[in-house]
Design a protein around this ligand. Structure first.
Ligand code: DI6
Ligand code: FE
Length: 407
C-alpha cells in the first residue's frame, strides 16, 4: 500500500546538511517526500514507488538544499548611509564617524521619524532580495530606535513581515546597539531603560524571541552587557551578542557563560577563548559582509573554531552602515574567499548551523520530520552556491511545503 504525500521530488541529489555525512551531507540519486509542511521521507531513488504523491516534481538531476537561513540581519531601518560610505572611502574610520554622532545614530534619527508603514515597505523590499536567493527563515533585529516606543515599532514591523510573507521570522531586541543622544554620558541609566522597560515591553507584546547587545568600546561594556543578559534570562528570552568585532573585550566568553545561542562577528576573538566557547555549545556567527565593507584586516580565528568543532554560521548582517548587502549567497562567497571557509562549511553556515543560532530545531536539514523548507538548484555541485556572486538562483523554493518561488 503506497504512502500518500503532498509532493514527491525525484531525480535529485541532496545537500542534506545532516551531521555525520560527507561535506554538506551529500546523498546522490535521491527522492524527498513532503506532507503537511514536513519532510516525511528523504532517501534513495529506489524508494520513490513507495509513495503516492498529489504532485511529482522532476528535479532534473539538480540539487536540493534546506531552505537558507539568514541568522543575523538588521533589515528594518529608514534612511541610508551612502554619505558616510563616501566619508569612509575618503579615509574616515567607522568608529570616528560613530563618535561624531553619525553611524548608527544617524539611522536612529531617520527610523524614529519613519512611520511603521514606511519601515515595513522598505524592509519588505530588502526581505524580497533575500527570499529570491532561497532564504526561508530570517532573524531580524531592532536597534535603530534606542527608545522603547521605536524599538517596539521596529519589532512589530519584523513580526508583521513574518505574517505577510512565506518566511519564518525570529526577532531580536537590540536596544543595546548604541547610546542614544538623550542619554549621552549616562550609559548605565540607558541600560536601566533596556532592562526595566524595553525587555518587559517586548515580552508583554510577544515581540522578541531573543535579546542582543553590542559589546564594544564604542557601545556597551561587559558589566552593562551582563546586566542585560540577566534581565533577558529573567524574562525567558534567548541571548545573543555582537562581540569582538573591533576589539577583544572577551564579550563572547561572557555571553557564552550566560548560555548565549550565538556570538557574532568575532574578528578579535582570541584563540584561548575558543575552548570555553566550544564547551558552551554556542554558535559562532561569521559576518564577512561587515568585514568587507569596513575593509577590516583582522580575521576571525576560523582555524581554531574549526579545530574545536564550534558550529560556524554565516549571515549577511544586512544593515545600512557596515553591511548594506542583501545577499546570503554573496555572504557565503565572502565567507569562503575572505575567511577561508570551504563551500561545504559556508552551506552548513546558512542551514544547520544558522538554525542552531536561532534555536530553530526543526529546520536546516533535509531529513524526515524536519520542516519542508527546501530549495532546488540547477547546478552540478552545491559548491556553485558560494562559487560566485549573483550567478545562481533556486529554480524552486518550498516553505512549510508550499511552493513559494514565485512570490
Ligand atoms: N555591528 C555592526 O557592524 C552593526 N551593528 C553592530 O553592532 C553596525 C550597524 C550600523 O552601522 O548601522
Ligand atoms: Fe549586526
Amino acid at each position: 500500500m503506497a504512502i500518500s504525500c503532498d509532493t514527491l521530488i525525484h531525480d535529485v541529489h541532496l545537500a542534506s546538511c545532516r551531521p555525520g555525512l560527507d561535506g554538506p551531507g551529500v546523498i546522490r540519486d535521491a527522492v524527498v517526500a513532503l506532507a503537511d509542511g514536513r519532510i516525511v521521507h528523504a532517501g534513495p531513488a529506489s524508494t520513490a514507488d513507495a509513495f503516492a504523491a498529489a504532485e511529482r516534481v522532476d528535479g532534473a538531476g539538480g540539487w536540493l538544499t534546506p531552505g537558507l537561513i539568514d541568522c543575523h540581519t538588521h533589515l528594518v531601518w529608514a534612511g541610508n548611509r551612502s554619505e558616510e560610505f563616501e566619508r569612509r572611502l575618503g579615509g574616515e574610520s567607522y568608529a570616528s564617524i560613530s563618535r561624531g554622532g553619525g553611524g548608527i545614530l544617524s539611522t536612529v534619527r531617520a527610523t524614529r521619524e519613519a512611520s511603521e508603514e514606511t519601515l515595513f515597505d522598505a524592509a519588505a523590499a530588502r526581505l524580497a532580495r533575500l527570499r529570491e536567493e532561497g532564504v526561508t527563515s530570517v532573524e531580524i533585529k531592532s536597534g535603530y530606535g534606542l527608545s522603547t516606543a521605536t524599538e517596539m515599532k521596529m519589532l512589530r514591523v519584523a513580526r508583521r513581515l513574518g505574517e505577510a510573507f512565506p518566511v519564518t521570522v525570529r526577532t531580536t531586541l537590540l536596544g543595546a546597539h548604541a547610546l542614544p543622544e538623550d542619554y549621552a554620558g549616562r550609559a548605565d541609566d540607558y541600560v536601566d531603560l533596556v532592562c526595566s522597560e524595553m525587555i518587559p515591553a517586548a515580552c508583554a507584546e510577544g515581540l522578541a524571541d531573543a535579546v542582543d547587545v553590542y559589546c564594544e568600546d564604542i557601545a556597551f561594556n561587559l558589566a552593562q552587557c551582563e546586566r542585560i543578559f540577566i534581565a533577558a534570562q529573567a524574562h525567558g528570552l534567548a541571548i545573543k551578542a555582537h562581540a569582538e568585532q573591533l576589539s577583544d573585550m572577551h564579550g563572547a566568553l561572557l555571553a557564552a557563560r550566560y548560555g548565549a545561542r550565538s556570538v557574532d562577528h568575532l574578528e578579535y576573538l582570541s584563540a584561548e577563548d575558543v575552548p570555553d566557547l566550544a564547551k558552551s555549545g554556542c554558535t559562532a556567527v561569521l559576518l564577512p559582509g561587515a568585514w568587507y565593507t569596513l575593509r577590516e584586516t583582522r580575521l576571525p580565528p576560523v582555524t581554531a573554531l574549526r579545530a574545536a568543532e564550534v558550529p560556524m554560521a554565516v549571515a549577511t548582517d544586512l544593515n545600512p552602515g557596515t553591511s548594506p548587502i542583501a545577499s546570503i549567497l554573496s555572504a557565503m562567497n565572502m565567507a569562503c574567499v575572505l575567511f577561508g571557509l570551504t563551500p561545504a562549511e559556508a552551506l552548513l553556515g546558512v542551514t544547520r548551523h544558522a538554525a542552531f543560532a536561532l534555536g530553530l530545531t526543526s529546520k536546516g536539514q533535509i531529513a524526515a520530520d524536519f520542516d519542508a523548507d527546501l530549495c532546488l538548484w540547477s547546478v552540478t555541485d552545491p559548491a556553485e552556491l558560494s562559487y560566485g556572486m549573483n550567478l545562481v538562483r533556486p529554480t524552486r523554493i518550498w516553505q512549510a511545503g508550499r511552493d513559494v518561488a514565485g512570490g
